[in-house]
Structure formats: structure tokens, C-alpha cells
Write a protein that binds this ligand. Structure first.
Ligand code: GTP
Ligand code: MG
Length: 478
């Protein structure tokens, strides 16, 4: 079974991890799941028997071959067998990581794979990349090497961090670059969070631009999310819950936990094809091959449905299955503030991936509908990657994920460039960066040019029948 290594960097990365690990354990029925829609094979002894060998996708199980798997799946069994989460937690401040150490899952985290410092990177990419990068380089590489060597079939490394702070964006960029240098054959998937339009970190636009440049150079495939899109999704979900909750128990306060629950669903959904069986199974590296038509176009727009728990039982399951498909394709469910099916955009690649009770006939039907509606290009028409995983998510009988590679993605880069230029025009806050040893002012120009190139590439794809050959990087051979 495929194995993944997760690297969580900075507050955001580790807070997402804080929600991810309990959800992974719920998916394998190690922790109880309260959702009313958790049904069927989940929780049965047959399910436990079937899934005990797939546990090692996210968890390192010493002597897996000889242990015969687990007869029962629970926390004390994991503890007794010295099972560890295959994760490296990095933060340059202690508050989030100390919550891990004090939780009931603390035994899952290998202490040598927790890298922390004090007092953070002061929301400064240069501190994260230059200062902490050089200090922690050897330690980080040593731990990655240890994890990589003890895997039999490492499928890829998943990095999770925010683009707005200093540690996630700066040290995250550094780690990504090191992975590309030292482990070039291991896929590097990045789930990253772009800041809101109204910044909670003033220097966020600088950090996000610098970090985007490293994504463009070193990631295999990127699943960006925008906090403003996640916030809208949560607001809408709360409104739906409100109208249906007769008791009026409805919380107004949107927390990072709410936003992170959506990213956790993305991580579980996108890896489920490599972890569980299915009629039309897919591995994560197939996403790269099918969804990235040109090396510079590696930023995928993702969405899924349901976002929350499904409403009511009165609707037929066929209707809900199809509703999931349409929702996953709609503008309102995207993790980026863009519309992948906008008539003015162009679709370079698409993927539909169903979990739970979806059939091949369902998928064929949806692909036909999508292809009639979506703005494909001549060369990308009739190409929709399809996947099916028979194990549903923890909170519904079925869910649908859609991935799009669309020219609309340029909107995120426009947005972040605009914010960057507002600050850069006055060179505001620049001195904090240039005083960091190893950071040159030219790094700002360089990232500006890289992002302008990415925008050009997406724009060109949207206005013509694809990218002309000259735009393709010269070291790519055909
Ligand atoms: N979705 C989401 N966004 C977060 C979370 N925590 C922080 N952010 C966003 O991330 C950006 C700040 O990045 P952080 O991850 O807090 O910063 P850091 O990587 O720890 O870096 P420093 O604190 O500067 O050392 C802001 O735009 C926040 O809104 C989280 O748990 N979830
Ligand atoms: Mg921090």
C-alpha cells in the first residue's frame, strides 16, 4: 500500500495537521466518529480486517509484515505496537506544537521529528528561508532521510503550510527546495493557504509572492486554497445548518478549525485513491501526469461536495450523488475564489473522483455533462481523468472531488501581485527583509518576474488553443 510522508510547517500547517490526524484515525475507525451518516462497512469487524493493512499509508508500523496487521484497531493497540504518524512537524514557535505534545495522541508523534524554535519568523519570509533554513537544514534532511529509508513504497511527500506568515512560507519554501535537490524522484505535493484580501499579516503579499516562486520551481503539483474562499464556504455551510437546525444551535464565530476541516477533507480525499481499493483506482502521481499539461501549470483548483454533512434523508441517493457532482463543479464550492467553468476561461485538464457508492455509469454520465458545459480547449476536450474509491469519507455515504487546471487560476496570482505592488511601490517593510543575511533586494524582482510569467502562461492558454511551443521551458525534451 502506498505510503505518504507529511511535512507540516508553521502555525497554519501544524493547525491543519492538528485536525488531520484525528480525522485519519476516524477514517480507520480507531477514533469514534459521531457523524449520523457514518454507515455500512465502516466500523464492522470486516472493515477493520480489510483496512488494517492500509493503515501504513499515513502511519509507520514497525514490523508490519510480521505483526499480521491488527486484530482490533484502537489507540492502545497503536501505542503498544509503537506506531508513529509519518509526519515531520516544523514550527519556529512553540504554541501550536506544544498542543500536540499535550494531546492524547501525543504518543503518535515521534519527538525527533518535531522541530521547533523560539520566537518564530516574525511574518518574514526571509527569516524563515534564510535564517531558519540554514540553521535547521541538516536536522530536517536527517529526519526526512530516516523516514524515506524506512518506507517500502513512498508515494510522495505532502507539504502543508500557509503563504502569508514567515515560517510556513519561508521555511516551507526552503524545505521544498531541499527535497527537490536531495530527493528529486519523490513527488512533492503542496497544500498551501493563500491569505485573505484584507490581510491579517501586513507583509503577507511579500511572503506569498516569494513562496509562490518556490512552488513554481520545486513542487510537483500544488493544491492552493484561499482563506477568503474557505471562509465563504464555511459561512454558507453555517447558513445551511442554521436553516435546518430547529434548535437554532448555530455558531457565528468562524474559526480556523472550520476552515481547516475543509483542507483536511481535501487531503483525505486526494490520497484516498492510493490508500483504499476502488473500481477505478488512481494513485496521486496520476494526478500530476493527467492534470499538469505543462511544467509551469501545476496549480490545481480543487473542490468537493458535500462540504458539510448532507441535508435530510428524503432526497434519493441518485439525486444526492448527482448534486454532489454539480456542486463540486460549481464556483461556490471551489477552494479558490474562481469559477473553473466560466465561459471566458479555458480548461486545460479536469478530474472527477468519487468516493463511496458511485458507479462507473454515474461517472460516465457526469463526464458527458461536464464536457458539454465546460470551456475545454480543442486539445484538452474529451480528457477527463476519472477515479473511484469504494470507501466513503467519514461523514457521508459518498462524496465527489473535482480538480481543474484552468486559466482562471491566474486570478489568484493577479490578486496577490496587486497587493504586492501596493507595498512595493513605497518599498514599505522592505528593510525587514534586506537586513536578513542571505536575502538580496533582487529576490523581490525575481519573484515578481516569475509570477508575471505564470500569469502570462495562464493567459496565453486562455486566449489561444494552448501554449505555443516557444513558451515551453527549453530544457524539456519532447
Ligand atoms: N486556513 C488557515 N489559515 C491560517 C491558520 N493559521 C494561520 N493562518 C493564516 O496564515 C497566515 C499566517 O501564517 P502562519 O501560518 O500563522 O505563520 P507562520 O508560518 O507560523 O509564520 P510566523 O508566525 O511568521 O513565524 C495568515 O494569513 C493567517 O490567516 C490556520 O490554522 N488555517
Ligand atoms: Mg507562527
Amino acid at each position: 500500500m502506498s505510503e505518504f510522508l507529511i511535512i507540516q510547517v508553521g502555525q497554519c500547517g501544524n493547525q491543519i495537521g492538528g485536525s488531520l490526524w484525528p480525522s485519519i484515525l476516524q477514517e480507520y475507525k480507531i477514533l469514534p466518529c459521531q457523524h449520523p451518516n457514518t454507515v455500512g462497512r465502516h466500523g464492522t469487524s470486516e472493515y477493520v480486517r480489510e483496512q488494517r493493512f492500509t493503515l501504513n499509508s499515513f502511519l509507520h508500523i514497525p514490523n508490519l509484515e510480521h505483526s499480521g496487521g491488527f486484530q482490533t484497531l484502537n489507540l492502545s493497540e497503536l501505542k503498544k505496537n509503537n506506531v508513529k504518524a509519518r509526519v515531520i512537524c516544523i514550527d519556529m514557535e512553540d504554541s501550536v506544537l506544544s498542543r500536540f505534545s499535550n494531546s492524547k495522541l501525543s504518543f503518535l508523534f515521534d519527538k525527533s521529528a518535531i522541530i521547533r524554535n523560539y520566537p518564530g519568523s516574525s511574518n518574514n519570509w526571509a527569516e524563515g528561508y534564510c535564517t531558519h533554513g540554514s540553521t535547521f537544514k541538516n536536522n530536517i534532511l536527517k529526519i526526512v532521510t530516516k523516514y524515506v529509508e524506512r518506507c517500502d513504497s513512498l508515494h510522495g511527500i505532502l507539504l502543508v503550510y500557509s503563504m502569508g506568515g514567515g515560517t510556513g512560507s519561508g521555511l516551507g519554501s526552503f524545505v521544498l527546495e531541499q527535497l527537490d535537490d536531495h530527493f528529486p524522484n519523490i513527488e512533492r505535493f503542496v497544500v498551501c493557504v493563500y491569505p485573505n484580501g484584507s490581510e491579517d499579516v501586513v507583509t503577507g503579499p511579500y511572503n506569498a509572492m516569494l513562496a509562490t516562486q518556490y512552488l513554481a520551481r520545486h513542487a510537483t503539483c500544488v493544491f492552493p486554497a484561499e482563506n477568503r474562499a474557505l471562509q465563504d464556504l464555511c459561512d454558507r455551510r453555517r447558513l445551511t445548518t442554521r436553516s435546518e437546525d430547529a434548535r437554532g444551535c448555530w455558531s457565528v464565530a468562524g474559526t480556523f478549525d472550520d476552515l481547516n476541516s475543509i483542507l483536511v477533507k481535501l487531503l483525505l480525499h486526494v490520497t484516498s485513491g492510493s490508500r483504499f481499493s476502488g473500481q477505478l483506482n488512481f494513485d496521486m502521481n496520476e494526478i500530476n501526469t493527467n492534470m499538469v499539461p505543462f511544467p509551469q501549470m501545476k496549480f490545481l483548483c480543487s473542490s468537493f461536495s458535500p462540504i458539510g454533512i448532507y441535508e435530510g434523508n428524503s432526497v434519493s441517493s441518485t439525486t444526492i450523488r448527482e448534486k454532489n457532482f454539480w456542486n463540486a463543479c460549481s464556483k461556490t464550492n471551489q477552494l479558490l475564489k474562481i469559477d473553473p467553468l466560466d465561459v471566458d476561461s479555458s480548461l486545460m485538464a479536469s478530474m472527477l473522483f468519487g468516493r463511496g457508492e458511485y458507479t462507473l455509469t454515474d461517472m460516465r454520465n457526469y463526464v458527458n455533462k461536464l464536457q458539454r458545459k465546460a470551456p475545454y480547449l480543442e486539445w484538452s476536450k474529451k480528457c477527463t481523468k476519472v477515479g473511484l474509491c469504494s470507501i466513503p469519507p467519514i461523514d457521508s455515504k459518498f462524496s465527489m472531488m473535482a480538480l481543474f487546471n484552468t486559466s482562471s487560476t491566474k486570478e489568484i496570482f493577479f490578486h496577490i501581485s496587486e497587493q504586492f505592488h501596493k507595498l512595493m511601490r513605497r518599498k514599505a517593510h522592505v528593510h525587514h527583509y534586506t537586513k536578513v543575511p542571505g536575502f538580496e533586494f533582487d529576490c523581490f524582482y525575481e519573484c515578481q518576474n516569475t509570477i508575471a510569467d505564470i500569469i502570462d502562461i495562464y493567459e496565453e492558454a486562455g486566449t489561444s488553443n494552448g501554449i505555443t511551443e516557444e513558451r515551453i521551458s527549453p530544457n524539456i525534451n519532447y
